[in-house]
Design a protein around this ligand. Structure first.
Ligand code: PMP
Ligand code: GLU
Length: 400
């Protein structure tokens, strides 16, 4: 079989695979409730869709500048200035085909074989494969639920070697919903500055925060640190634009130039029409974001309340994003009716077949005791989904 070593080293994205499975079960007539993929269940706001229609009508349908049109770069610069008080020049900003593509380009532009990248676990599923595809090695650092899954300065210090190049931080976090405070970021920043490493700050959920908690980027800690940080963001989550594929990065101009070179030889520019839509998203009315956060907040409280009411299940209250990450290890059994029920993978298989509920197993995020719920689905679906899980787990207990 004609297949590179590289491709043998990775698996398909488990979040997208579970989504595909839930979609195909639905197409086959099974009424699956999906807490699977992380994408807002809202429509892209109307003014954003209209901007795209206008772009088509006006014939904005050709190749654009590889790293994004100047008008969009300006909108990104303005967003980072207003929201994070961070200032960047156009040469320090680049647009790619989604946040995932930004991370891919960034890894390709900065990593060499034998380089190490520190990734706190639980981590978003695509970080390790993106690092591996760049020929480098992910170094996974465990965090604890009791510490709200946050990386401690000591654990970071311990993980750094002469080969460490990058630390990937994700706040608000997918899958835990944890949000780092200014003080926590400052303490991590001290360690980063003591060593010659850079930080990839994945801020794709920056606007999806609850209880009025402020969002802080590690790039805000100091001007010196900002020079070592790549701020990654995009419009997928904040504006319910997952299908449009627009993400962006701000950071050191040499690296941005390198990433642009890679993009020029791979995808070329991100979609021209989606770029116009992204300008409307970033510069237009923001009320849709507040409405979405209010809906997520209501669902979050309901879901986490129900999870914590289940015997043996524990779930921290997420402070941001739209995921809950409860510990389900209490339900793991070995050899349940001939099934190996040990671990989050088999539990999620059981719940998909027996309860028709799709969840992502914690093992996909490097935390096998846990299960991820995306609550970007209606309250009714959440209620019905949790009822089904409770009932299926009850059966498990009574047959044990
Ligand atoms: N980072 C995190 C933490 C995510 O959850 C996602 C969701 N897919 C992304 C990056 C990338 O999103 P997108 O490629 O849709 O911009
Ligand atoms: N980030 C989302 C998730 O974690 C979307 C799927 C993906 O890109 O992995 O479900």
């Amino acid at each position: 079989m004609l297949m590179s070593e590289r491709i043998r080293a990775i698996k398909p994205s488990p979040t997208l695979a579970i989504n595909a499975k839930a979609v195909s079960m639905r197409q086959a007539g099974v009424d699956v409730i999906s807490f699977g993929v992380g994408e807002p269940d809202f429509d892209t706001p109307r003014h954003i869709r209209q901007a795209a229609v206008r772009a088509i009508e006006e014939g904005f349908t050709r190749y654009t500048a590889v790293g994004g049109i100047p008008e969009l770069k300006e909108a990104i610069i303005e967003k980072l200035r207003c929201d994070q008080n961070l200032s960047y020049e156009r040469e320090e900003v680049m647009v790619s085909c989604g946040g995932k593509h930004v991370l891919y380009n960034l890894a390709q532009a900065t990593l060499n074989p034998n380089d190490e990248v520190i990734i706190p676990a639980p981590y978003w599923v695509s970080y390790p494969p993106i690092v591996i595809l760049a020929g480098a090695s992910p170094v996974i650092v465990e965090t604890r639920e009791a510490e709200d899954f946050k990386l401690s300065p000591d654990a970071l210090e311990e993980a750094i070697t002469a080969r460490t190049r990058l630390l990937i931080l994700n706040s608000p976090s997918n899958p835990t919903g944890s949000v780092y405070s200014q003080q926590e970021l400052e303490r991590l920043a001290e360690v980063v500055l003591r060593h010659d490493i850079s930080v990839v700050s994945d801020e794709i959920y920056d606007k999806l925060i609850f209880d009025g908690k402020p969002f802080r980027s590690i790039a805000q800690v100091s001007e010196e640190l900002k020079g070592k940080v790549f701020v990654v963001n995009g419009v997928s989550k904040t504006y319910a634009m997952t299908g449009w594929r627009i993400g962006y990065v701000a950071g050191a101009r040499e690296v941005i130039a390198g990433m642009t070179k890679i993009q020029s030889q791979s995808t070329s520019n991100p979609n021209s029409i989606a770029q116009k839509a992204a300008i409307a998203a970033l510069t237009g009315p923001q009320d849709s974001v507040g409405n979405m956060v209010r809906a997520f907040d209501e669902r979050r409280k309901y879901l986490v309340g129900r999870l914590n009411a289940m015997p043996g299940i524990h779930c921290n209250m997420p402070a941001g994003a739209f995921y809950a990450f409860p510990d389900f290890s209490h339900c793991f059994k070995i050899d349940q009716d001939g099934r190996d029920m040990k671990g989050s993978g088999s539990l999620c298989d059981y719940l998909l077949t027996e309860a028709r509920v799709a969840l992502v197993p914690g093992i996909a995020f490097g935390a096998d005791d846990f299960v991820r719920f995306s609550y970007a689905t209606s309250l009714e679906a959440i209620r019905e989904g949790v009822d089904r899980i409770e009932e299926a787990l009850q059966r498990l207990v009574s047959s044990a």
